[in-house]
Design a protein around this ligand. Structure first.
Ligand code: NDP
Length: 449
């Protein structure tokens, strides 16, 4: 059978079991298209159904989360934890609180996490979880009661050697605090069961910065391979949450001019670029006031707000999509290409659609998938686990140095498996194969389980 036929047969089989899960199938298809031809060339992996085993979660836990709103009304949400693969370490991956959360989205994220965690070289399996709870507009008390109720069930499935959740969309320092507090209360144990903890109670320096910084380090390394840098280039960033904020900070520190940020209501364009002071305003607006990015223009009236739009129509050479999945489609990619884009590094998970990725690759744009370029967050989470286990802390400089080393190493692994004929590196192919090899080798060693 040709590789093309094998891919089609594989996807048909996976689709039968995962009907109505488009995001999950999208992530599986991308991996299958690159990994199945690799398996065909490497007999060690042939005939073992490794990929088929990898797309089936070890377990999928779903539970009721009942909690009481400030109004006294009883609310019900659905909680999940997907434990995808533990061949190379305890399950590790974030929790997402967003009204769009469902099994398809969490399975795609958990599947990607398996490859991403393998790329970091740290001993972490892949998982993901969350809830369809919408934190927007909720009081602190409501957030706390929701987190406590969520943990009342989750606690029995996690542990420092079993499964170590972290943050994601809608789950930041505040939520991790409430979740950790409830876990500790139930278990009477102070352990590294969650990462992204506060710095005074077991957290790691640089963890908040790690995903955004790591994404920019990755973009920097890709540019370097072409004798280019971020210095003096215009950068479009989407999102305005954790990843977007620190991607903006690092890109600015490296001499780039970040001209956009966004949220689900629209984007702001500041042609003068965001400096430290403007970024400080955004951090206060989003992290403390929990406001909307449109409020940026009241403080900086020379900037413009574009309601309901995405930032990909602006002139820029570097794009860092840092909001959410499928936020940059084929048309957006064509606009970016028309405006002279040279580098796209995904900070979010799967923000570019398959059509967009294809267009970037066809035009020789440096393009890195989130599972490679946003792995800095989980890498520093892995370092947080090591620090917790040994009850000590590295300095910020030490962690930043380790982070830079890890991102460079991931880049080089992708280049090793993704280099093509004309000197163009297909980082998608490289990341998928490098991640697959590590997990597949462990699975082969451990037998059929
Ligand atoms: P945050 O909750 O801090 O911020 C999310 C940002 O994305 C907000 O600006 C939000 O806007 C925007 N957003 C969310 N949903 C949509 C949507 N449907 N359309 C447009 N904008 C949207 O999350 P993070 O910054 O932590 O996560 C961003 C991305 O990075 C996600 O894909 C996440 O999986 C990924 N990631 C995060 C890591 C981390 O360490 N935090 C690690 C690796 C990947 P609004 O306020 O309007 O919802």
């Amino acid at each position: 059978m040709s590789s093309k036929d094998k891919i089609r047969a594989f996807l048909d089989e996976v689709a039968l079991r995962n009907e109505h899960e488009p995001e999950f199938m999208q992530a599986v298809k991308e991996v299958a298209e690159t990994v199945i031809p690799f398996i065909a060339e490497n007999p060690r992996y042939e005939g073992k159904n490794i990929l088929l085993r990898m797309v089936e979660p070890d377990r999928l836990i779903s539970f009721r989360v009942a909690w009481v709103a400030d109004s006294g009304e009883i609310q019900v949400n659905r909680g999940y934890r997907i434990q995808m693969n533990s061949a190379i370490g305890p399950y590790k991956g974030g929790l997402r609180f967003h009204p769009t959360v469902n099994a398809s989205i969490l399975k795609f994220l958990a599947f990607e996490q398996v490859f991403k965690n393998a790329l970091t070289t740290l001993p972490m399996g892949g998982g993901k979880g969350g809830s369809d709870f919408d934190p927007k507009g909720k009081s602190d008390g409501e957030i706390m009661r929701f987190c406590q109720s969520f943990m009342n069930e989750l606690f029995r499935h996690i542990g420092p050697n079993t499964d170590v959740p972290a943050g994601d969309i809608g789950v930041g320092a505040r939520e991790i605090g409430y979740l950790f507090g409830q876990y500790k209360r139930i278990k009477s144990q102070f352990t590294g069961v969650l990462t992204g903890k506060g710095i005074d109670w077991g957290g790691s320096l640089i963890r908040p910065q790690a995903t955004g910084y790591g994404c920019v380090y990755f973009a920097h390394t890709m540019l370097q391979t072409k004798g280019k840098s971020i210095q003096g280039r215009t950068v479009a960033v989407s999102g305005s949450g954790n990843v977007a904020q620190y991607a903006t900070q690092k890109a600015t520190q490296l001499g780039g001019k970040v001209v956009t940020l966004s949220d689900s209501s629209g984007y702001i364009h500041d042609a003068a670029g965001l400096d430290e002071e403007k970024l400080k305003f955004v951090m206060h607006l989003k992290n403390v006031k929990r406001g909307r990015i449109s409020e940026y223009i009241s403080a900086y009236p020379h900037a413009t707000f574009h309601s309901g739009k995405r930032p990909w129509g602006v002139n820029c050479e570097i794009a860092l999509p840092c909001a959410t999945q499928n936020e940059l489609d084929g048309d957006d990619a064509q606009k970016l290409i028309g405006n002279g884009i040279i580098c796209v590094a995904e900070g979010a998970n799967m923000p570019a659609t398959p059509e967009a990725v294809e267009a970037f690759q066809a035009h020789g744009v440096l393009f890195s998938p989130g599972k490679a370029s946003n792995a800095g967050g989980v890498a520093v989470s892995g370092l947080e686990m090591s620090q917790n286990a040994q009850r000590f802390n590295w300095t910020a400089e030490q962690i930043d140095e380790k982070l830079q080393g890890i991102m460079k190493n991931i880049h080089d692994k992708c280049a090793q498996f993704g280099s093509g004929d004309k000197g163009y590196v297909n980082y998608v192919k490289g990341a998928n194969i490098a991640g697959f090899v590590k997990v597949a080798n462990a699975m082969l060693d451990q037998g059929v389980v």
